[in-house]
Design a protein around this ligand. Structure first.
Ligand code: NOJ
Length: 751
């Protein structure tokens, strides 16, 4: 055994013993504070600035230079270094050869899986199932920590109202309540129950704050967000992440109300640190400190470093404004030493909490912890629960496994990389099981008639159409797999129009004209404007980019092993011109209704001067979206009845129970996601027409019913009114229902 291996082993044994001896978390945190101070005292300014700098090996001047810099204590963290040997080698230099032996924090984007890839986060959000989401993130942490990654830049919890924005794929959709429950689950999954466990990974709530509101859905763009929207919507999932113990936050790229998020004292210092008491570490986004120069907020790197540090960014990702300027800023008396020390404290605290000083190395044995069958099985479960059934005319789905032949068509039926979705650095296409493979396995290859029809999602070449239609005609049913390639969503990958790319709509129309049962399965990174195909297809299943096991999961649903049970975490618009359209909009002074809007085609050619009803709608799109938030069908039917409230009124400190009966009146056991909405009728500022306040995913057996009980506390109705957080007495509507547009209605008051 080499002396290096021996030293790793002995430190593993020694420090495992130390870890066991300090059990009590309170004592532990006192101890950590003492250790932070003791270490801080020994640090030179260079050591401190080093801790505040994170580098990507590709930008470190080559391998030897990187090693030298680590030896010199110039970096506190490296991102995008992975693999047991490399990480252990670099860590050994930091521990054994740098002056103070401070371990490196190794970070990477592990957004929806490491090697086992789960559905894109927007897809996971459609499961409305925090438990399975938590487990998915736990698995990601087990896998990535086995390669030396102890910090992931997840969860991404940016609320957005704009499906054009490519990064909608990475978040939990439009709703602050749903996103908050999932944000908590994600943080808990990533960090696990014990931060010093070798599989614990530090979470990073990002991008703080408002990045999802970029103008026009163009990535990196300006955001203007009123303080009520910021506090009532955007910040909610971040607060949930903080409360769940997220060790780190990342500041965003965006300019927020004229102040870049990375130099924003209001969000980073006032809200995050002072109001919420966050004690973890804030890292900038990639070069977002130096980008404050392009924003026109700073004249040069020195000013950028000054503004980021003053605002509360502890560690700089990838650019070097701290390394280049903090010393001068201190010398010139522009910043206080305490600012630097506090930043270093925040960084060291995370390292101590993660047990990195005791256990800096990755155990090579842990490497085997990837793609284990249990993980893949969970990926299949999550993909299954994430898929949303949007249409099912005459019970087209499920198809019978006894079917004689199925035409499997479309650019995404057998596209292993595309089904993984965006933000996949380590997942491999070769580990994907595609729908084509899964269907062949399920039915037998001889029953599957496969043709792509279009080679990729943007393909406009119709030369295979005739052949495709002919094959469809020979089959008992058609299952079309289309949508978007992975590259059409994600960072920087935004669209102006969000319709089906390429000639897909035309191909679907041609397939519909065969008269064969037509099932369309969409795999995409965003909610597409699918009005055309929704009208043509007999059944539509929205599978998002479903990850490694998307194929078997979709096959399970198509052939009825289980019923689809996901619900939309985002409103589906009819077209880009309807954006933004989110269900919790305010009412306006002139709300439209079915009775008072005028469709464009019904307008006479010659008109008197008129405003066509003086209501808030669009002549072409009307006033409703294509599909509402929370929507999703099932193979069975659920009937809602007997809404009851435990009281008609509660005090501002009270609570009430709201219950309803949900019966499975169809012919299959299935899950239903029961949703609780309220409306605060009159407020000191105008209030949304509906707000989600609770949900429950329940399995209801065929022919059975379940009483669903929600406890609503008055404090759940608190909101920021521009001046303060208030719970305002008054009248409220309440609904329990299957989505945001339907439900049993009741009312109560707060006195
Ligand atoms: C930029 C992205 O905005 C951020 O989400 C990511 O974590 C970093 N790059 C690191 O890759």
């Amino acid at each position: 055994m080499s002396s290096y291996k021996l030293s790793v082993l002995s430190s593993l044994i020694f420090f495992a013993a130390v870890a066991i001896s300090c059990n009590h978390s309170e004592k532990k945190s006192d101890k950590i504070e003492i250790r932070v101070e003791q270490l801080l005292e020994k640090m030179t300014l260079d050591d401190k600035i080093g801790q505040m700098t994170q580098v990507d090996p590709g930008f470190a001047g080559g391998d030897e230079q990187l090693k030298k810099s680590v030896r010199d204590g110039r970096y506190g963290s490296i991102l995008n270094l992975w693999g047991v040997e490399k990480v252990n080698e670099m860590q050994k230099i930091a521990i054994e050869e740098s002056r103070l032996g401070i371990p490196l924090l190794i970070g990477r984007d592990v957004i929806h899986g490491y090697r086992t890839i789960f559905p894109i986060p927007l897809g996971m959000a459609a499961s409305w199932n925090p438990e399975i989401v938590k487990k998915a993130f736990r698995i990601s942490a087990i896998e990535c920590s086995s390669q030396g990654i102890k910090w992931t830049f997840a969860p991404m919890i940016d609320i957005t109202w704009d499906p054009r924005w490519g990064r909608i794929a990475e978040g939990c959709g439009e709703d602050p309540y749903l996103a908050s429950t999932l944000s908590k689950a994600m943080v808990e999954g990533i960090q696990g129950d014990n931060l010093t466990d070798p599989t614990a990974v530090a979470a990073c709530a990002k991008h703080f704050a408002g990045y999802g509101f970029s103008e026009g859905g163009r990535d990196y763009n300006t955001t203007y967000i009123s303080e009520p929207v910021l506090r009532n919507v955007v910040l909610k999932p971040f607060k949930a992440a903080k409360d769940a113990g997220a060790l780190t936050f990342m500041s965003g790229f965006n300019d927020l109300n004229g102040v870049p998020a990375t130099g924003n004292e209001f969000t980073l210092r006032q809200i995050l640190r002072k109001e919420w008491g966050f004690q973890g570490m804030v890292v900038s986004d990639w070069s977002s400190i130096s980008e404050m120069i392009s924003h026109g907020f700073c004249a040069n790197e020195k000013e950028a470093a000054y503004k980021a540090l003053t605002a509360g960014v502890d560690m700089e990702m990838s650019s070097f404004t701290y390394a280049g300027n903090l010393k001068t800023l201190l010398k010139e008396g522009k910043i206080d030493q305490k600012l630097v020390d506090d930043a270093v404290r925040n960084i060291l605290r995370v390292k101590f909490k993660l047990g990195l000083f005791e256990n800096p190395y990755v155990n090579p044995e842990a490497q085997k912890q990837v793609l284990n069958p249990e993980f893949l099985d969970h990926a299949r479960t999550v993909a299954r629960e994430s898929a949303v059934l949007l249409k099912n005319k005459n019970k087209t789905l499920p198809l019978s496994p006894k079917i004689h032949s199925v035409a499997v068509i479309g650019p995404l039926a057998d596209s292993p990389r595309d089904q993984l979705g965006t933000w996949v650095f380590d997942g491999k296409a070769e580990n994907s099981v595609t729908p084509l493979t899964a269907l062949k396995e399920l039915l037998g290859a001889d029953k599957v008639n496969y043709i792509k029809g279009l080679q990729y999602s943007r393909d406009k070449n119709k030369s295979e159409f005739a052949k495709t239609v002919a094959l469809a005609k020979q089959s008992d049913a058609i299952v079309y797999f289309g949508g978007e390639e992975w590259i059409l969503s994600g960072e920087g990958q935004c669209r102006g129009e969000i319709n089906m790319p390429g000639a897909q709509d035309e191909l679907i129309e041609a397939l519909a004209s065969t008269g064969k049962p037509l099932v369309v399965v969409i795999m995409a990174g965003r909610p597409l404007a699918i009005g055309n195909l929704l009208a043509k297809a007999d059944a539509v299943l929205y599978g998002w980019h479903g990850g490694s096991m998307a194929g078997p999961a979709l096959a399970d649903l198509i052939f009825g092993k289980e019923s689809p049970s996901g619900k939309l975490p985002v409103t589906f618009v009819k077209g880009s011109g309807q954006i933004p359209f989110y269900y919790y909009h305010n009412n306006t002074g002139r709300p439209a209704s079915a009775k008072n809007w005028t469709p464009m085609d019904s307008i006479p050619v010659v008109n008197p001067q008129t405003s066509l009803g003086y209501k808030s709608f669009q002549l072409d799109y009307g006033f409703t979206p294509l599909l509402p938030f929370g929507f999703g069908l099932s193979y069975t039917t659920f009937n809602y009845s007997d809404l009851k409230l435990s009281a008609m009124s509660m005090s501002t400190t009270g609570s009430i129970e709201i219950k309803a009966n949900v019966a499975n009146s169809g012919d299959m056991d299935a899950d239903e996601i029961v949703q609780l909405y309220i409306r605060d009728r009159v407020g000191s500022i105008t209030r949304p027409v509906k707000e989600l306040k609770g949900y429950k995913r329940v399995t209801i057996k065929q022919g059975k019913n379940v009483e669903i009980i929600f406890r609503l506390e008055a404090k759940d109705l608190e909101f920021f009114n521009g001046k303060a957080n208030v719970i305002e007495p008054g009248e409220f509507d309440v609904w329990i229902g299957p989505n945001s547009a339907e439900g049993l209605h009741g009312e109560f008051t707060i006195h």
